[in-house]
Design a protein around this ligand. Structure first.
Ligand SMILES: [Zn+2]
Length: 88
């Protein structure tokens, strides 16, 4: 009976230790997730300002572009805006 109770005690200690290890891992993971989110939020802002939006917009829209001067929608094959003649 004495051996059985000590075994149960060791099992209890082992489970508590396992729980503590899991908790520490979760806390570390959450800290890393926060760092990742911060770095992901900061990087596009720094790159987006330097990148040229003129070239990104026509490729995503697929043929149709918006004039950056007056906002008129026209085909990407047209080099100038049909409304205000602003080169794109
Ligand atoms: Zn225009």
């Amino acid at each position: 009976m004495v051996e059985e109770s000590t075994l149960m005690l060791w099992l209890l200690i082992a489970s508590v230790v396992l729980n503590l290890i899991t908790m520490v891992f979760v806390i570390i993971l959450f800290g890393r997730m926060r760092d990742l989110k911060r770095s992901l939020q900061q990087e596009p802002h720094a790159k987006g300002e330097g990148a040229a939006p003129k070239q990104a917009a026509p490729s995503t829209l697929g043929g149709i572009v918006f004039c950056r001067h007056c906002g008129t929608q026209h085909d990407s094959s047209e080099e100038v805006c049909p409304n205000c003649k602003t080169p794109r």
